[in-house]
Ligand binder design. Structure first.
Ligand SMILES: N[C@@H](CCC(=O)N[C@@H](CS)C(=O)NCC(=O)O)C(=O)O
Length: 199
């Protein structure tokens, strides 16, 4: 029996959550190693594995390290229903990119308010990221995928909305997007989504 692949992750990371959900959906068991990743110089555990210092990173014996959640998810989920063929597949990838973009904007806004010294914080920057989040929510609601399908777009969407619940409760996104809230509740019924939620 070969050793499981090692995933460098943090429980709160929405990008790492995508990978954990994909692995659970396709039945691949990963060895999880919790690490600290930070954009601040000298404060990350990950640089020796990923030159960008970011998580998730997956150590794959025959390839080396894979990074960026979309690459890792693609590697684990290739040739499964998580990546549909044809136009449906391109739409799923677009929904993944949209959700990833929302998470990136949310993370940048969070770093600005939690990491940057208070005197240096820039409200226009925070407002710009929050407006990307709001625009992404509008697009997400318009693109809710048909019921019954569960693909990489839905996985990323579940992680993005879960991250807003976890770190941006004050945005109260459910109030302005009730259709998306219903969709999120459906996604949350899936064991892989429920069991990977940050606590
Ligand atoms: N595009 C990357 C984003 C990953 C990312 O930003 N991860 C965060 C944790 S949730 C991180 O490692 N931040 C540290 C940093 O920005 O240097 C992906 O999809 O994997």
């Amino acid at each position: 029996m070969t050793d499981p692949m090692v995933l460098l992750y943090a429980e709160a990371s929405p990008f790492a959550r995508k990978v954990r959900i994909v692995a659970a959906e396709v039945g691949i068991s990963l060895s999880l190693t919790a690490v600290h990743a930070s954009p601040l110089a000298g404060r990350t555990d990950v640089t020796q594995v990923n030159p960008l210092g970011k998580i998730p990173a997956l150590v794959v014996p025959e390839i080396g390290v894979l990074y960026d959640s979309s690459v890792i998810c693609r590697y684990l989920g290739q040739e499964t229903d998580l990546y549909p063929a044809g136009s449906e597949g391109w739409r799923a990838l677009r929904r993944e990119a949209l959700a990833d973009g929302l998470m990136e904007a949310a993370l940048l806004a969070r770093y600005e308010t939690t990491l940057r010294p208070e005197a240096l914080r820039w409200q226009d920057w925070i407002d710009g990221q929050v407006s990307k989040i709001r625009n992404a929510l509008v697009a997400m609601e318009a693109e809710i995928s048909p019921s019954g399908t569960f693909d990489i777009g839905n996985i990323a969407t579940a992680c993005a909305l879960g991250y807003l619940d976890f770190r941006f409760a004050a945005l109260d996104w459910r109030k302005s997007h009730p259709g998306l809230a219903d969709f999120a509740a459906t996604l949350h019924q899936r064991p892989s989504v429920r069991e990977s939620a940050p606590s």
